[in-house]
Design a binder for this molecule. Structure first.
Ligand code: TRP
Length: 349
């Protein structure tokens, strides 16, 4: 419990903590950049916010494509965030598996987590339903404890850092609500230790469509990776699905992936210009060429930094270790309070 004499208006108390995790599967793509990385890097520059961003490599085990893929993705994601200008003096940037306080807290949280709550998790329910649809005799067939306990690990990630706000995609909203439930239950039994987190869902405009017109997502294999060489970037942009309107025929920008991606990067004035060119019947090939040139020009500096970081994993590793030290300095005192609250205490001295 906080001593009553502690001033309640200290500047620290008005600092909001914003925290999010990035599962280390796959290679970052344009959709990740627009939806998550760009707003996170911008938020980390604000004075009044403490930002915590981490590589959720323990979560990645659930969807893991094998050890090499996991390692590779961790490096790619770390290098991407750094190349895009994340200020690691300001933001706390770390790797989940470097923080032993997280799995310890997870275990402690399991004792206030109802099994029934986990039964209702969307990802688990979807796996059970898939089994039932396949006519499996055991509805839990092939379902691991990692999948089942995924939300408790995520609650530990969030609660250990006192996060107020958790920017996530719509698909993760339930997990943040579960973290809140778990925190409430713990606080009810043991006193006000945890901040109750809230999910912050990005606006719809922050979701990019992919090559095939569906949401850009690694699970649809329709992505444009952020930092591919220019030639590859061009060939991917040329693959974006369009309709069969001929050059000279007016085209609807608002249903076009080419336009939508352009708009996500360009200024409002540039976007207005592209809108006019669509109305004037720009050929698809030309619109794509302009999109490619725009992306290439705007990503090339960051791409060079990314390539340098990818070639120097030792440097990335050193940055992550420094981040872990700072993260543990936040996490350890809170875990100590949690331990003490539940009765895991030194018996003397
Ligand atoms: N589960 C999240 C995802 O798949 C990643 C994640 C792990 C996370 N721990 C978190 C997000 C804590 C926010 C807060 O996207």
């Amino acid at each position: 419990m906080r001593p009553a004499s502690e001033p309640r208006t200290s500047s620290l108390m008005s600092t909001q903590t914003v925290l999010t995790g990035i599962t280390t599967t796959g290679t970052p793509h344009l959709g990740n950049y627009v939806g998550a990385i760009r707003p996170a890097v911008a938020a980390s520059q604000r004075e009044d916010i403490r930002s915590c961003y981490f590589l959720a490599d323990l979560h990645a085990l659930v969807k893991s494509q094998g050890p090499e893929a996991l390692e590779r993705s961790s490096l790619e994601i770390a290098a991407t965030w750094l190349a895009l200008g994340l200020d690691t003096e300001r933001a706390v940037f770390y790797r989940q598996s470097d923080i032993p306080e997280i799995p310890e807290l997870m275990w402690i949280l399991t004792h206030v987590t109802a099994k029934g709550l986990m039964n209702r998790a969307h990802a688990y329910k979807a796996a059970v339903q898939a089994n039932e649809a396949d006519g499996a005799r055991d509805p839990d067939q092939g379902i691991t404890m990692a999948l089942y306990c995924y939300p408790v690990l995520m609650a530990a990630d969030i609660l250990l850092f006192g996060a107020h706000r958790v920017p996530v995609g719509q698909d993760q909203k339930q997990h943040v609500e579960m973290a809140r439930d778990i925190a409430q239950r713990f606080n009810h039994h043991y006193g006000e230790i945890f901040v109750l987190p809230e999910a912050e869902i990005g606006a719809d405009t922050a979701i990019l469509t992919g090559l095939d017109g569906r949401k850009m997502s690694k699970s649809y294999s329709n992505t444009i990776p952020l930092f591919v060489p220019a030639k590859k970037l061009r060939s991917l942009v040329m693959k974006i699905k369009t309709n069969s309107l001929e050059p000279g025929e007016p085209k609807d920008p608002d249903t076009s992936t080419v336009f939508q991606i352009y708009r996500a990067f360009a200024t409002p004035e540039e976007t207005a210009g592209m809108r006019e060119r669509f109305a004037a019947g720009i050929a698809w090939g030309e619109a794509k060429q302009q999109l490619f040139e725009y992306l290439d020009a705007h990503l090339s500096e960051a791409r060079a930094r990314y390539e340098a970081l990818m070639a120097d994993p030792g440097h990335v590793e050193a940055i992550l270790r420094q981040g872990a030290e700072r993260a543990r300095a936040i996490a350890a005192p809170l875990l100590e309070r949690v331990r003490s609250a539940v009765g895991i205490r030194r018996l003397a001295g």
